[in-house]
Design a protein around this ligand. Structure first.
Ligand code: UDP
Ligand code: GLC
Length: 380
């Protein structure tokens, strides 16, 4: 049985962590997930009986926009972690780094401990998302130490190569999803609509942590151009220190007088039922989305989806066939697309069904996990 030490810097369940949780599953009897901080993600792993250990005592503050000296300075707090990871890695055959700070620690541990390193790259390493210094650090470490870089989309792979990453190291593997989770609704969505007072509304769902580049403000503004019945639910919380943005969104809703048409639901673990309670799901990232789990989840829930036309979303949605694409940040076009969907129930059903068939074929977790297993098998 392959013994893998998975590393992730976050204690919170963002998309990269939810992806990791699913791909660890086949290795869980012989592997360990090491987190650099405590949090709800640890509890989620425990619920799945996945062995997990918190290796760091405090959250590590490296901002994505740090300058080079700040990035290097931020490595300081990682040193005690490094000792633990080097020690631990002796009991494992491979180190699997799932985030950038995990790459920093994993790269050094792989070198000291002579273990192969895999870097699962969930981010687009472009100026939209990262400072030059952080891009250089990630690319240099990956090129020098990783035996394999798994990119979550072609867009992510291309940005990695453009930033100087080695193409021959990199394989694209999409996120996988447990298809049976999307089968049965058991009346939950009807109950949710009723509880939220949405029975007579056209419900547009936005499922994402609250962060400026996720573009919740674009949807809120678009609502002012949509029929009165159109109501939005914003599902997600400010996971990574974006409390100011959350406040700004509440202010925007008040200023536009949309209190009755926007509901903030916070972080929820019943995303499938909530999605099924929606008539439409929108994705509004203003910077290129590396992959976009929520887009695939909406498809699997058989809900029509409008996505921002950039990054990984272009690989997931075929405009007019499996969803709709609108230019990122374009409020007018988003409102027009929502209105079209609102006016044409038959069209939106047809698109949603086509997308569901496509998503079930393309993102089946069992198949994706086999793909990863074949890639890892070459490294042992
Ligand atoms: N999600 C969740 N609860 C929420 C909001 C989001 O479980 O309240 C999940 C969502 O279903 C998706 C993930 O968080 O699986 C977000 O992943 P995505 O790739 O869309 O974006 P990320 O936040 O990773 O950039
Ligand atoms: C990251 C990206 C997101 C992607 C997820 C899973 O969090 O921001 O686009 O879907 O990882 O790979």
């Amino acid at each position: 049985m392959k013994k893998i030490l998975f590393l992730d810097q976050s204690g919170k369940p963002g998309g990269a962590e939810l992806c990791l949780m699913d791909l660890v599953e086949p290795y869980k009897d012989s592997s360990l997930v090491g987190l650099f901080e405590d949090g709800a993600f640890k509890s989620l792993l425990e619920q799945q009986q996945i062995p997990v250990r918190v290796l760091g005592e405090q959250a590590i503050q490296v901002r994505k926009e740090s300058r080079f000296w700040q990035s290097l300075g931020a490595i300081g707090p990682l040193i005690p972690l490094l000792g633990k990871v080097v020690q631990l890695s002796r009991s494992y055959d491979l180190i699997y780094a799932n985030t950038q700070k995990a790459l920093v620690v994993g790269a050094l541990a792989s070198w000291f401990g002579r273990r192969p390193l895999v870097y699962h790259l969930h981010d687009i390493l472009s100026a939209d998302h990262f400072s030059l210094a952080n891009r250089r650090l990630a690319v240099t470490l990956a090129n020098r130490f990783a035996a394999l870089v798994i990119a979550n989309s072609q867009a992510t792979k291309s940005a990695f190569i453009e930033a100087g990453g080695r193409s021959h190291l990199t394989e694209v593997v999409y996120n996988g999803f447990k298809l049976d989770l999307y089968d049965d609704d058991a009346g939950n969505s009807a109950r949710i609509r009723q509880e939220l007072g949405l029975d007579d509304r056209f419900v547009v769902g936005h499922f994402s942590r609250l962060a400026p580049w996720k573009g919740q403000h674009i949807l809120i503004e678009a609502l002012t151009r949509c029929p009165e019945r159109v109501t939005a639910i914003l599902v997600g919380d400010a996971l990574f220190g974006e409390a100011d943005y959350a406040q700004q969104l509440h202010r925007q809703v008040a200023e536009l007088g949309l209190e009755n048409r926007v509901k903030f639901l916070g972080f929820r673990s019943d995303v499938v039922a909530l999605m099924k309670a929606c008539d439409l799901v929108v994705h509004t990232s203003t910077s290129p989305e590396p992959f976009g789990r929520v887009i695939v989840e909406a498809m699997l829930c058989c809900r029509p989806v409008i996505a921002a036309e950039a990054g990984g979303a272009l690989e997931l949605v075929e405009d007019g066939k499996t969803g709709w694409l609108v230019p990122p940040g374009d409020v007018v076009k988003l409102a027009a697309a929502i209105d079209k969907c609102y006016q044409q129930p038959e069209l939106r059903d047809a698109i949603a069904h086509q997308a569901q068939t496509y998503a079930r074929q393309t993102f089946d977790l069992d198949r994706i996990n086999q793909q990863i297993d074949r890639l890892l098998a070459k490294l042992f």
